[in-house]
Ligand binder design. Structure first.
Ligand SMILES: Cc1ncc(C[n+]2csc(CCOP(=O)(O)OP(=O)(O)O)c2C)c(N)n1
Ligand SMILES: [Mg+2]
Length: 355
């Protein structure tokens, strides 16, 4: 155990542990389907990193190590719930049904978002740290006023938890008892800033100061993340107000493809976390308790491989948009400064269809 208050239902070795407040409700079939999601997301993420290295994406933000945090949270959602992600929530996008190629449109710089948020009940990525927490609370307050029975789930990292936007969103959510769950993936680093600098207290303790509950869950334990998130979402839907979930996890890869983590963290730390791999621990459980055969895992790996190859084909086949189109959706109505920007670009000869 990393922390005596950490909610954990599965040890890094894949053995079940009991918890006084939470128990796993998942069947073997469901656990296998969670495993499948995690394997696919890791494979798609590796393919995306390769695509960036080959010059096909401008940037990529890897999710390795955080698959259980995201699949556990994503699978706990009800269809009508609404989610507000950062730039790293590829696992959530997958659970919401966003096609993998659409997840890469922003990173290939052919779209400002990549998908229709209403269609998937999943907002587009927000790169301005913490901004989505305010959008999410505003949305949740709207849901509350509509009398709708849906919850809002928003994501941010340990680094963004220090942003004014996130802390202000805590105040609004608490004051108005908004139906929202704040999901903080504490992956121990905000680029090169370690947790020890980020906060002097565990992040989930911060919720107490704002007047709502906080819970720390083992973010590498998909069973625990699922149960904790499901309960927090139910509470939000039933008028229980906000909850802060701190998913204690680790970013195994680089912050983004522009980052070199060997400059600021030691290999020994990464090695410790590799032993807590979120995918391996579920596999151990599936083998030991549910007697899942090797051929089943091989088939899932083959399925992930095929999806990765399809993703590559889809990305390479993407049309390049007319550069002028980036001026179209800045505001709903025409704006003189936007018009001026467009004129300048056309005069420079960029917008004449020469792309
Ligand atoms: C308002 C703002 N300030 C700074 C940045 C630059 N920036 C991008 S990611 C990042 C670190 C975020 O760390 P964390 O919140 O822990 O999320 P993680 O990337 O670890 O998932 C920073 C400082 C930004 N995008 N937005
Ligand atoms: Mg972080």
């Amino acid at each position: 155990m990393i922390d005596e208050e950490l909610v954990q239902l599965l040890t890094p070795e894949g053995e079940r542990v009991s918890h006084p407040e939470y128990a796993s409700t998942l069947s073997g079939e469901e656990i296998l389907s969670f495993y499948r999601d995690m394997v696919i997301i890791r494979r798609l993420c590796n393919e995306s990193t390769s695509l960036q290295r080959q010059g096909q994406l401008a940037l990529w933000a890897p999710v390795q190590g955080q698959e259980a945090a995201q699949i556990g949270a994503g699978r706990a959602l009800a269809p009508m719930d609404f989610t507000f992600p950062t730039y790293r929530e590829h696992g959530i996008a997958w659970c919401r049904g966003v096609p993998p190629e659409d997840m890469l449109r922003l990173f290939r710089a052919v779209s400002n978002g990549g998908w229709d948020p209403q269609k998937y009940r999943h907002s587009v990525p927000t790169i301005v740290l913490g901004n989505q927490a305010l959008h999410a609370v505003g949305y949740a307050m709207g849901v509350q006023r509509d009398g709708a029975e849906e919850a809002v789930l928003t994501f941010f990292g340990d680094g963004a938890s220090s942003q004014g936007d996130v802390l202000e969103s805590f105040v609004w959510a608490a004051s108005f008892n908004a139906p929202i769950v704040f999901f903080c993936q504490n992956n121990q680093w905000g680029i090169s800033t370690p947790m020890s600098t980020q906060s002097k207290i565990p992040l989930y303790h911060r919720a107490h100061g704002f007047g709502f509950p906080g819970v720390r869950v083992d973010g590498n334990d998909v069973l625990a993340v699922y149960e904790v998130t499901k309960r927090a979402l139910e509470s939000a839907r039933e008028g229980g107000g906000p909850t802060l979930i701190e998913a204690y996890t680790y970013r195994l890869g680089a912050h983004t493809t522009s980052d070199d983590p060997t400059r600021y963290r030691i290999d020994a730390e990464v090695e410790v976390w590799k032993h807590r791999d979120p995918i391996e621990r579920v596999k151990s459980l599936l083998v030991r308790e549910f007697k899942i055969k090797t051929s089943v895992f091989d088939d899932l790996a083959a399925e992930a491989e095929a999806l990765a190859l399809k993703l590559r084909d889809d990305v390479l086949a993407m049309d390049r948009p007319d550069p002028r189109s980036m001026f179209e959706h800045a505001y709903a109505a025409p704006h003189p400064l936007i018009d001026e920007g467009l004129r300048d670009m056309v005069e420079l000869g960029v917008g004449g269809g020469a792309h």
